[in-house]
Ligand binder design. Structure first.
Ligand code: HEC
Ligand code: HEC
Ligand code: HEC
Ligand code: HEC
Ligand code: HEC
Length: 300
């Protein structure tokens, strides 16, 4: 009896301390550090909806971008790689090590998926292409929940390619190119977000951890050689984010407005007449097409 009372007293003594500890940490966003095995838990942990409540405008912009559908918009190509490329051409088993060779850019949080979950996700890609009816629809519905989310750019990819230079990434920190601070989450200044290199790590040749390289898109090669090489000065962010307040919409080849901006169209029209006996009026149209984008177009 006395012992129980003593325990109760000790409990009372510690109660305020443990409560105040909980409330100072409560509310701050936290993110996983180890492998996740359950699909829905994985979706929730990295969901951009977690940021939408306070960053509604940016969320809406991002929703319009191709980054918000980086899995569903590439089903055919990725499913082909999983069903033909890996097993038939490379004669390898489809495991997380191979899956990551595509998904490290299309779904950077894949690194937190367990071996089993990575294969489950690969399976949805394959079913989305090859299955029929309800099974296909369900696979597509699941893939729609997976994308390059806020956390992918504001945390995972901050030091993904050169951890030796950029330092260790803290899982619960949201990295920013600005100086913003909030009670909602830890923030830390990361100037890399302002540089082209940040985009190039995904919009360029990929070297997998095992040394194998993937050429999904090579746009940044022409940015470096043809654009910067000829005196171009703008960063990817300047054309795709700051110009016309494009922000997180980051429009590209699917957006007519920016496509027009990339094409320099000039026409020279010379009227003349020709004919033998009877004169026929005609025009000579000479069209000059030029590329004003910061790289080769189109890409992909
Ligand atoms: C280095 C990062 C990276 C890796 C690794 C990667 N991709 Fe991509 N992928 C991209 C980017 C960026 C785009 C958008 C390219 C564009 O629109 O210019 C893209 C676009 C695509 C598209 C859509 C193309 C289109 O015409 O709409 C497909 C399909 C695709 N990737 C398949 C794959 C497959 C299959 C793999 C693995 C073998 C892979 N990707 C690996 C970054 C990557
Ligand atoms: C493709 C990568 C990418 C994704 C995805 C992304 N961001 Fe960003 N974000 C950036 C970059 C790059 C900047 C820095 C722009 C600058 O200031 O140079 C930025 C800037 C910001 C800023 C600073 C203020 C501002 O308006 O520039 C906030 C806040 C922000 N992002 C929130 C979000 C949220 C919320 C999401 C998800 C809905 C998100 N970001 C998704 C790359 C990304
Ligand atoms: C409960 C509200 C809340 C949530 C949820 C939230 N933020 Fe914030 N965030 C803020 C506030 C407030 C600021 C500071 C004011 C500002 O700079 O916008 C901030 C600042 C930022 C900044 C720095 C902006 C700058 O100017 O430097 C980034 C980047 C950012 N948040 C990204 C995110 C991302 C990504 C998520 C989701 C993983 C997220 N935030 C979730 C409230 C929130
Ligand atoms: C984590 C990898 C990653 C990073 C970092 C990244 N992107 Fe992307 N981006 C993608 C993928 C993947 C797609 C293609 C999705 C698809 O079509 O399947 C894409 C699509 C795009 C598109 C749309 C292309 C189209 O066909 O319309 C543009 C534009 C773009 N990104 C610009 C940027 C810019 C600018 C940055 C840097 C601020 C950036 N991206 C950073 C992975 C990335
Ligand atoms: C000088 C401005 C400028 C710069 C710098 C620039 N872009 Fe673009 N980008 C454009 C324009 C304009 C288009 C639209 C042209 C088109 O797709 O026909 C475009 C299109 C794209 C597309 C879509 C390509 C396609 O075929 O659908 C992607 C992806 C992209 N840019 C990414 C990047 C990345 C990554 C960088 C930095 C390495 C970058 N851009 C630098 C102006 C620029």
């Amino acid at each position: 009896m006395r012992l129980k009372f003593l325990i109760f007293l000790i409990f009372l003594f510690f109660l305020p301390i443990s409560l105040s500890f909980a409330s100072s940490e409560e509310g701050k966003l936290t993110f996983p550090t180890g492998p996740i095995d359950d699909f829905e838990t994985f979706v929730k942990a990295f969901d951009s909806m977690r940021c939408a409540e306070c960053h509604q405008d940016i969320y809406e912009e991002w929703k319009e971008s191709y980054h918000s559908r980086s899995m569903v918009s590439s089903i055919k190509g990725i499913a082909n790689f999983f069903t033909v490329g890996v097993p038939k051409e490379w004669e390898k088993q489809l495991d997380k090590k191979e899956i990551i060779k595509c998904l490290d850019c299309h779904l950077p949080q894949i690194k937190f998926a367990s071996e089993r979950l990575a294969r489950e996700i690969a399976d949805y890609m394959i079913k989305a292409k090859l299955a029929k009816g309800k099974e296909k629809d369900e696979a597509i519905a699941r893939l729609k929940k997976l994308n390059l989310s806020c956390y992918g750019c504001h945390n995972i990819k901050i030091a993904a390619t050169a951890p030796g230079i950029t330092g260790h990434i803290e899982p619960n920190v949201i990295y920013t190119a600005g100086e913003g601070e909030s009670d909602a989450h830890e923030t830390e200044h990361a100037p890399i977000l302002k540089r082209s290199f940040f985009c190039i790590q995904c919009h360029g040749v990929y070297i997998a951890p095992d040394g194998e390289s993937t050429y999904c898109n090579t746009l940044s090669g022409s940015y470096v050689h043809s654009y910067l090489g000829r005196g171009g000065r703008k960063t990817c962010q300047e054309c795709h984010m700051y110009r016309k307040d494009r922000g997180h919409r980051m429009p590209g080849g699917h957006d007519l407005e920016i496509v027009k901006e990339g094409i320099d169209f000039q026409a020279e029209i010379k009227p003349f007449r020709y004919g033998v006996g009877k004169w026929v009026p005609a025009v000579n149209v000479e069209v000059f097409l030029g590329n004003k984008a910061g790289h080769r177009i189109p890409d992909g």
